[in-house]
Ligand binder design. Structure first.
Ligand code: AMP
Length: 209
C-alpha cells in the first residue's frame, strides 16, 4: 500500500478518516500533533519546550517535529498515514527525503473556514487523540464517554475558538506552497471534505487505488 499524506486545515476530518483507514485497511497512523501532546502529557523536556507554542496555536520548530517523526516511523515494515505533517514547504521536502523510495499520495481535504471553526468547537476526543467525536455530526452513544474505550471525552485546549482562529490563519499562510509542491510532483488528489464520513472514506479509497 502507498503511504498517504493527509493535508487539510485543523478540523477538516484528517484524524477521523485516519481512524477509519487504520481500522478497515491496515495502515499505521502517525499524527505529529498527537506525538507532541503525548510529550506534553509525559512532561518530557521536549513537551515542556513545546507546550506554550502549541497553546498559542502556533507551529513547533521544524527540527523538533522532524526528530519526533523519525523516531516513530518504521517505513520498511508498514504503510503510514501522515496526519498533520507536513505543515509547510520545508517539512514537505524533508518528508520526501524521509520517504525515499517508498511511494505515496498526498490527499488534500477541502472545506471552508467557517465550517471548520464550527466543527472544532464541537470536537471532543480521548486523551490520546485516537478517538474523535463531534457533538453535532458524530456524537458518542453516551454523552461525554468514548464508545470504544469508555474513557471520558475532552475538549483540546487548542480547540477553543480564539486558538482555532489562530490555527486557521497559520494553516492558510503556509499550505499553498505545499499543495503546489505535490501537484508538481504529480502526487496530489483533492477530497471533498464537506460530506458524511462514509462518503469521504469512499472517495479516499477510490482515489488511492
Ligand atoms: P494537530 O493535532 O495536527 O492539529 O496539531 C496541534 C498542534 O501541534 C499544532 O497547532 C502545532 O502547534 C503542533 N504541530 C503538530 N504538527 C506539527 C508540525 N508538523 N509542525 C509544527 N507544529 C506542529
Amino acid at each position: 500500500m502507498k503511504n498517504l499524506i493527509l493535508l487539510g486545515a485543523p478540523g477538516s476530518g484528517k484524524g477521523t478518516q485516519s481512524q477509519l483507514l487504520v481500522e478497515r485497511l491496515s495502515y499505521k497512523h502517525i499524527s505529529t500533533g498527537n506525538l507532541l501532546r503525548s510529550e506534553i502529557e509525559k512532561k518530557s523536556d521536549l513537551g515542556l519546550r513545546v507546550k506554550e507554542v502549541m497553546d498559542a496555536g502556533k507551529l513547533v520548530s521544524d527540527e523538533l517535529v522532524e526528530e519526533l517523526l523519525k523516531a516513530n516511523l518504521k517505513l520498511e515494515d508498514d504503510s503510514y498515514i501522515f496526519d498533520g505533517y507536513p505543515r509547510n514547504l520545508d517539512q514537505a521536502k524533508t518528508l520526501t527525503g524521509i520517504l525515499g523510495h517508498h511511494d505515496y499520495t498526498a490527499l488534500f481535504f477541502k472545506l471552508d473556514t467557517e465550517k471548520l471553526v464550527e466543527r472544532l468547537k464541537n470536537r471532543r476526543v480521548t486523551k490520546d487523540g485516537k478517538y474523535i467525536y463531534n457533538l453535532i455530526t458524530n456524537p458518542p452513544k453516551t454523552s461525554g464517554v468514548c464508545d470504544v474505550t469508555g474513557e471520558p471525552l475532552i475538549q483540546r485546549d487548542d480547540d477553543k475558538e480564539e486558538v482555532v482562529r489562530k490555527r486557521m490563519e497559520v494553516f492558510e499562510e503556509t499550505i499553498n506552497p505545499v499543495l503546489s509542491y505535490y501537484k508538481d510532483l504529480g502526487k496530489f488528489v483533492e477530497i471533498q471534505a464537506d460530506n458524511g464520513l462514509d462518503k469521504i472514506y469512499d472517495e479516499i479509497v477510490s482515489k488511492i487505488n
